[in-house]
Design a protein around this ligand. Sequence first.
Ligand code: HOZ
Length: 428
Amino acid sequence: MNDQISQGLFQRAQKVLPGGVNSPVRAFGAVGGTPRFIQRAEAARIWDVDGNEYIDCIGSWGPMLLGHNHPVIREAVIQAAAKGLSFGAATAAEVEMAELICSMVKPVEMVRMVNSGTEAVMSALRAARGYTGREKIIKFNGCYHGHSDSMLVKAGSGALSFGNPDSGGVTQGAAKDTLLAEYNDLASVKDLFAANPQEIAAVIIEPVAANMGVVPPQAGFLADLRELCHREEALLIFDEVITGFRLAADGAQGFFGVEADLVTYGKIIGAGMPVGAYGGRRDIMSKVAPLGKVYQAGTLSGNPVAMAAGLACLRQLADNPSIYTNINKMGAELAAGLRQAAGSKYTVNQIGSLVCLFFTEEAVTGFAGAKTSDTGLYAKFFHHMLDNGVYLAPAQFEAMFVSQAHSPQDMEHIINTAAAFFNSGGKN
Ligand code: HOZ
């Protein structure tokens, strides 16, 4: 496969961007080789600067739920941009956006728009601390909540792939109030509450862990966590940067029937524009400035172009429940096909339109299981798929995202291409 132009760009990039990229996983460090520089995307396909075409299984890490360059979203962006790019002032679009989110997700009574999932999490934690008057936060080993200081403790995603789940540059002070529990292990959370009575402000969790690969919650785990937080008078925060509006129109809260006190959203509500949001119970969100004393602000928050993109996308999701039936069905078919092709050699996790292949025989129900995956073999698999026109995450500890623009034929191509790799014993 010709990647000469990508190679040239990568050489130039490495001189002026750390690692040649603006986000670590993109550098292909976990799989080797030259990152593909992407030129354009349409529906379920992306093309790199050398003209290679791929079925895209990343979808900008989630937000391309309706496929790339969707005409309705594109038109909404063009129309909004024609009226001005940013005002740093209130707009009608942000009111509509907040109303729409609150109508789609019942437990969300108020919402504050920000610019990324990282910012949403950072702000939600501050709101939780301001509301409870407590300082400590429980997070789960291998869950990823963006790159704010206190969340870069045993973090997943790129932090895990590159072997620095505890980032450099994070002070002991910033990390000391972050306590670590094990995903799908309620006893580990109970122990932390017992050891820190009346000190835990919130438990934050990816309701489906999707940054250590994909690890769904076991039956009852989220409901039990909900109950425990109630008992301990701590807030439960769902980080729905990946699951929000993807698992269902009302996200993981609706999908699992468990209500969080606060929820964070990211890229998906901007349909590809840089957006995030946090929201939840009115009494908690009323602590946020200017209503309350928890300060948080941003010139670009509620940006009119981003709001236009997000509104166009969320309206389609609200109006077309069949989108979820379709993407969840394709997700299940993809997983079933991969499982059949892999036999008992490897493990495939799937929930809704999120799929992950782990190169391990072990069932992956938590961080320890995810870590048993042979990441060297994943790297070979990644390149085999790339060479055959399938663009996967360039790291094991991420998800495959199915979109409405994918077709059953795309799923078949992915399965057959993977099967060829498995049948060759991973030597392809
Ligand atoms: N760590 C991000 C996915 N979980 C990657 C984001 C990106 O490189 O765009």
